[in-house]
Design a binder for this molecule. Structure first.
Ligand SMILES: [Zn+2]
Length: 508
């Protein structure tokens, strides 16, 4: 090339390189890129050690204080994501000194009065009769969504009920009082299960639907209830209702759903990042054919170990995350490998391009054969022979590339070889899925919730979301109404009765 052209070309190359470098350095602080484009481990507020015990460091805000809703957190995170000065005291959660307090401003007329009388003496068991002299000793108010009689026109209406509690004295001299129900204390929960709470079970379940299913913030739920139903609830009451519902259904997840997961023979798993009080956590999902369980925890294999225990004997379906490697009975998601092969095929390195293309072609042919094997078992012998040839080709390709100088080619070749068993399992048993789509699709809704709410504020808040999410998604999978179930579970647990089971669909 003549010298003049060469100089011109090198100037252009230099300009291109500078521009590309500048673009690489772009971040939410220096460009219009949104904060969500940052990697999760960089987006989190500074903290020393991810491995430390979260419960030791996370301050649990009592839910009955005037805690601000989760939608107030974004301001802290969004406006100064990394710029936390060591000398600057973080703003305390809850009502700030000097700010105006909140109390119920609307007093609704009472629409219904209910009497609760003791049936018999709590000391000697003698039943009371219609001649017993009851006296009113206590009362409570309840806001409850009206029971919908399915035979009548549907309606959405709030009843303001007055519950009167009576006491009576037995011939034996003992005084028996009828009292609102209350659940016993449980470890790890600072929200009470109690009939003393203002919102009835159906209204609480409605709030869960608004918050977790429709992803409405506490403040907007408050405005919605005031505008459309004439009910005035504080954001902390709404928060308390959500936490109480989470506590009510937690045993369903811990005792029933996890046991059902352990019995499944194929279990897709996935995880996405989650924020708890600004710290980086992970939201895990485990999806079997009829059960979905979520957990918030560290990104560590212990989460899987603790949930499934030693006894789990099925196959896991996972992506390329390395902690899964220790589980021998496992399937690899092909979509991730196809994506990596495609990226290699489009890279700027000649050898890498060719390797990527060959991998991609072999995988596409194998996938076509797997689909055909599922549909026409008659061709099985011929297809299986073809698959064996394709597999040995793929394997030798990876073996010749496992020590090449091009880094991406080498890494992908080694990834295939390291995870070979998990990769080929679907070829041996074509009825298994090719991708981890089921688990990834389950997480999508909750990823959107995280983006809108910026995660949870406390350990209890994370547990509430994980428990309710598990119950909602499992009920949907089993074609049950999750809201009726949550209301029933809460009504039972407030009376200290056992939680109902989520029935499995009848076998077809
Ligand atoms: Zn008595």
């Amino acid at each position: 090339m003549p010298e003049g052209d060469l100089r011109f070309l090198s100037k252009r190359l230099l300009t291109d390189l500078k521009e590309a470098r500048e673009r690489l350095k772009q971040s939410p602080e220096t460009s219009s890129r949104p904060p969500s484009s940052r990697e999760p481990w960089k987006a989190s507020l500074p903290h020393d050690d991810l491995s430390e015990d979260a419960s030791a460091t996370v301050e649990i805000t009592p839910v009955n204080s005037t805690a601000p809703s989760a939608d107030e957190l974004p301001n802290v995170v969004a406006t100064k994501p990394m710029a936390v000065d060591a000398t600057e005291q973080p703003k305390k959660a809850g009502r700030q000194v000097g700010s105006q307090g909140h109390s119920r401003k609307l007093t609704l007329p009472v629409t219904q009065t209910l009497a609760h009388r003791p049936a018999c003496c709590s000391a000697c068991g003698q039943p009371f009769t219609e001649h017993t002299n009851y006296r009113l000793w206590n009362a409570r108010y309840e806001l409850e969504l009206v029971e919908v009689d399915k035979t009548e026109a549907p309606k959405l209406q709030i009843d303001h009920r007055q519950h009167n509690y009576f006491a009576a004295t037995c011939d034996c001299g003992h005084d028996t009082q009828r009292k609102p129900g209350r659940g016993v204390e449980e470890d790890g929960w600072c929200v009470a299960l109690s009939e003393w709470h203002l919102c009835g079970p159906k209204l609480v379940s409605f709030l869960v639907c608004l918050s977790l299913y429709l992803r409405v913030s506490r403040r907007k739920i408050q405005a919605f209830l005031r505008d459309w139903l004439g009910v005035d609830l504080s954001t902390s009451t709404i928060n308390q209702c959500l936490h109480e519902a989470g506590r009510a259904v937690a045993p369903v997840v811990d005792e029933q759903l996890v046991a059902e997961l352990k019995a499944s023979d194929l279990l897709p798993i996935d995880e996405t990042h989650w924020k708890e009080a600004g710290k980086l956590f992970w939201l895990w999902v485990f999806v079997s054919a009829q059960t979905v369980v979520y957990q918030v925890g560290k990104r560590h294999r212990l989460v899987v170990n603790q949930l499934l225990g030693e006894a789990f004997n099925g196959f896991l379906m996972t992506d390329d995350f390395s902690v899964y490697r220790i589980f021998p009975k496992r399937l690899r998601c092909w979509a991730h490998l196809v994506r990596k092969a495609r990226a290699l095929h489009q890279c700027l390195h000649n050898e890498g391009q060719a390797f990527g293309e060959a991998l991609l072609l072999a995988m596409i042919l194998l996938m076509r054969n797997i689909h055909r094997l599922r549909e026409s078992p008659a061709e099985a012998d011929a297809l299986r022979a073809q698959n064996q040839n394709l597999l040995s080709l793929l394997r030798s390709l990876c073996e010749t590339h496992q020590d090449v100088t091009h880094e991406d080619s080498r890494a992908l070749a080694r990834e295939f070889l390291n995870d070979w068993e998990a990769f080929v399992r679907v070829i041996e048993t074509p009825s298994y899925p090719l991708t981890n789509n089921l688990a990834e699709r389950s997480l999508r809704h909750w990823v959107l919730l995280r983006k809108m709410s910026f995660g949870s504020r406390t350990t209890q808040g994370s547990r509430v979301i994980a428990s309710l999410a598990s119950v909602i998604d499992t009920a949907r999978l089993r074609q049950l109404n999750p809201w009726e179930f949550i209301a029933q579970a809460l009504a039972n647990r407030r009376k200290n009765q056992p939680v109902p089971r989520l029935p499995l669909p009848a076998l077809l």
